[in-house]
Design a protein around this ligand. Structure first.
Ligand code: DON
Length: 307
């Protein structure tokens, strides 16, 4: 068997092993997400030579949700630099749920850019310019990570806009501590829109592989962000990407990762690969049950733990 066939085979095997898991259920606090097929299960891996491997439903579209957060953080770091971004958002694990208040008592900053409070701020930090509104720039940047033009699922966007009072409340609280760079209504609208950007599992693995490859998309060859920014993003993903499950994830899987409530999950093997899974049923931390199990098994079987 060729090395390429072996990778595909191993993704197929992981799918076969965990497709029968019936734990968890799709998110329903954003009503449109509850319509997802709980049996869809896609896996994809992109290597540093730009090969894309996949198994299962790896090309059906779903929305990024929180998997957008590391990429927006990357854009904010690219535009403003670490010192300026760090004036507004911290880099410490909150040990709390993704939608917790998580504002530092001394500075008032959100704890990190992976929890909702921090992500609302990093989104708000992207400036509108005369040439390009901020959201267009976000969409274009995420498209460069994925290697193709992306679009927004307007139904998921509206669904979250209607029900998203908690995020709206977070945005106002953040303004009250003096760490909200723009109007809270605008920030949250842009954040909901970014969460509703549509991708496939293969796109996600390509985005993860771009972080793995020092900011260069290994499929298109384009330098999307600097190697320095990619490393900064991976550091925060490693410590904060899985919220209050981050320590346990790093202990067991040992790779920087990010989950999202639509069921997407990415993990990064620096200088080696980007991997992604899609399966909507979620655990208590808002992460994909099958995705978590598949990546933990993959890490153990192939010795991918970085520590
Ligand atoms: O802000 C929210 O609640 C959603 N748009 C995204 C949350 C999310 O994906 C949490 N991650 N697992």
């Amino acid at each position: 068997m060729s090395a390429a066939d072996a990778v595909t085979d191993s993704l197929e095997n992981l799918r076969a092993r965990f497709i029968g898991v019936r734990d968890g259920k799709p998110a329903d606090y954003i009503p449109q997400l509850a319509l997802a097929d709980p049996d869809a299960f896609g896996l994809a891996l992109v290597s540093m030579d730009g090969h894309r491997y996949s198994a299962g439903e790896a090309d059906i579209p779903f929305t990024l949700q929180s998997v957008s957060k590391p990429f927006i953080y990357a854009l904010a770091l690219s535009v403003l630099g670490l010192d300026e971004v760090s004036r507004w958002v911290g880099a410490e694990p909150s040990g709390e749920a993704f939608n917790a208040i998580s504002l530092e008592p001394d500075t008032g900053r959100p704890a990190n850019a992976m929890v909702n409070a921090g992500a609302i701020v990093t989104t708000a930090l992207i400036p509108d310019t005369p040439e390009e509104p901020a959201f267009d720039r976000i969409l274009r940047c995420l498209g460069r990570f994925a290697g193709r033009e992306l679009d927004v699922d307007e139904e998921v966007f509206s669904s979250e806009s209607v029900t998203g009072d908690r995020n709206r409340a977070l945005a106002y609280l953040i303004r009250s501590t003096g760490t909200m760079p723009v109007d809270p209504v605008l920030a949250v609208d842009r954040y909901f829109r970014q969460c509703a950007i549509r991708v496939t599992t293969i796109d996600l693995a390509t985005m993860a592989a771009t972080l793995a490859y020092g900011g260069v998309n290994p499929v298109t060859g384009e330098q999307v962000v600097s190697a320095e920014v990619a490393a900064q993003v991976l550091a925060v993903m490693a410590t904060c990407g899985m919220y209050d499950g981050s320590g346990d994830w790093l202990l067991r899987v040992g790779l920087p990762a990010k989950s999202g409530v639509s069921g997407g999950l990415i993990a990064v093997g620096p200088a080696r690969f980007g991997v992604a899974t899609y399966s909507p049923p979620l655990d208590a931390t808002g992460g994909s049950v099958r995705g978590h199990a598949a990546l933990e098994t993959m890490s153990q079987r192939y010795g991918l733990h970085l520590m």
